[in-house]
Design a protein around this ligand. Structure first.
Ligand code: ZN
Length: 433
């Protein structure tokens, strides 16, 4: 029997070699089979589905390389504070009031926002991972999930054992949409000995490690004082350069760090909105791109970034980078649009799975409309996508070839119920702050 095929027609489709005008994307078994130019596509069979997106552009879905989805519950409740008191006096006490089930609802609220923004893969670091996995499964999108590991309060070993167990149970579940990495929180909330163990466990499991690294000047100075190396230097010292590594932030890099990147290519999750809003600084994006680092974009959690709009993340990334370099041509819009999808997939080792529209990759696709006030005239599509568009331009989202969002309607998640539950929980979490 012939595999059912879906033909996705659009005004243009973005492939690794550029836009194909009036293209048709052929999808079967959740994967892209081919991208055909106008008049070249084979005729659909009677059992095939045709999804005609009209004037929309089809792009690869975005990869959000760093977030704490459930922190959606804490949007805007303690802004404009330095990182340390913000975390210790506000976020941690609120998180301590989380009850079973809350993280699932918070994650689903974030998934609504991510889907509507064109994000088809998210990389999460949080707790109660079974709730996060259930929400991911229900949403229909792709998740790289990691349980946050800290050694404070002596719970490191127990948490690492739980994380390894979660990996064994969940790796490749939900039709291959869920992958799991180990996620030690940061060098300042763990010990070097523990990080070494995490690396050994990751290598034994054949997975990667996701960690916050070099977010603030203080973190780098403390690490230098305590261990004689930068946070990235510490990763090499404890052997965490021997399996895939995803470093969230990488804002403050030393000359030694940059020199080491000639040989070592850890994935970088660049979170410009969170970093700039928290006054932490800005990752040297232009330099990292010049070094051909696997650089993806991330939103970080909503508690720090306030929004999961990936178009705003692209803008912040390019504005912040140019604020450092003073060069209005580097990085350019095309580089940042590519970082938002393919760069992110590469940063989390999924570039053989998603991140581009090419035969053999998953059909993780978004349809974007560049019509209407605020977007027209469109002289250059890439310019309009990066500099003018917001999440509101996203009209269609497919993951593994299945529609999850169309014209404002969520096809997998119950928006009304999720937002009502999340609002109730969030009031309880912040009630006594
Ligand atoms: Zn984070």
């Amino acid at each position: 029997m012939q595999t059912p095929t879906t033909w996705i027609k659009s005004a243009a489709t973005l492939t690794p070699s550029g836009f194909v005008e009036h293209a048709t994307v052929q999808v079967a078994s959740g994967q892209v089979v081919g991208v055909w130019a106008e008049g070249e596509a084979p005729a659909p069979q009677s059992a095939d589905q045709v999804l005609d997106l009209g004037a929309q552009l089809v792009l690869p879905g975005f990869v959000n390389t760093h977030t704490h989805a459930a922190m959606n519950l804490l949007r805007g409740f303690s802004d404009d504070l330095p990182l340390d008191p913000w975390l210790k006096e506000h976020v941690y006490p609120a998180e301590a009031r989380l009850q079973p089930g809350d993280i699932g609802w918070g994650t689903k609220a974030a998934l609504l926002e991510m889907i509507a923004s064109g994000i088809t893969t998210f990389v999460d670091m949080y707790f109660a991972l079974d709730e996060v996995a259930a929400a991911t499964r229900e949403s229909g999108i792709r998740g790289v999930l990691g349980r946050g590991l800290v050694t404070v309060a002596g719970r490191g070993q127990e948490a690492l054992a739980e994380a390894c167990d979660f990996h064994r149970r969940m790796q490749g579940s939900a039709d291959g949409r869920i992958t799991t990495w180990l996620a030690p929180h940061a060098p300042y909330t763990t010990t070097p000995e523990f990080l070494e163990e995490v690396g050994q466990a990751a290598r034994a499991l054949g997975t990667g490690v996701h960690i916050h690294l070099s977010e603030t000047t203080r973190e780098v100075a403390d690490c230098q004082a305590q261990y004689g190396v930068s946070p990235f230097g510490l990763m090499r010292k404890v052997g965490l350069d021997r399996q895939p590594l995803l470093a969230a932030h990488a804002v403050h890099l030393t000359d030694d760090d940059l020199a080491s990147f000639a040989e070592w290519k850890p994935g970088i999750a660049h979170n410009p909105i969170s970093n700039l809003k928290m006054g932490c600084g800005m990752a040297p994006v232009a330099q990292l791109l010049a070094l051909d680092m696997p650089l993806g974009l991330g939103t970080d959690g909503v508690a720090s970034a306030n929004s999961l709009d990936f178009f705003l993340t692209m803008k912040a990334s390019i504005w912040g980078a140019r604020g450092i370099t003073g060069d209005p041509s580097w990085p350019n819009a095309e580089q940042i649009l590519r970082a938002a999808s393919w760069g992110g997939a590469r940063a989390v080792g999924l570039d053989q799975v998603t991140g581009a529209i090419a035969p053999g990759l998953a059909a993780d696709l978004i349809g974007v409309s560049l019509t209407g006030a605020g977007l027209e005239p469109v002289h250059d599509r890439t310019s309009a996508l990066v500099y003018s568009a917001t999440a509101a331009a996203v009209k269609t989202v497919l993951v593994n070839g299945k529609l999850v969002y169309q014209d404002g309607a969520f096809l997998t998640l119950d928006q009304e119920a999720i937002l009502a539950h999340a609002a109730e929980i969030s009031r309880r979490l912040v009630a006594v702050n």
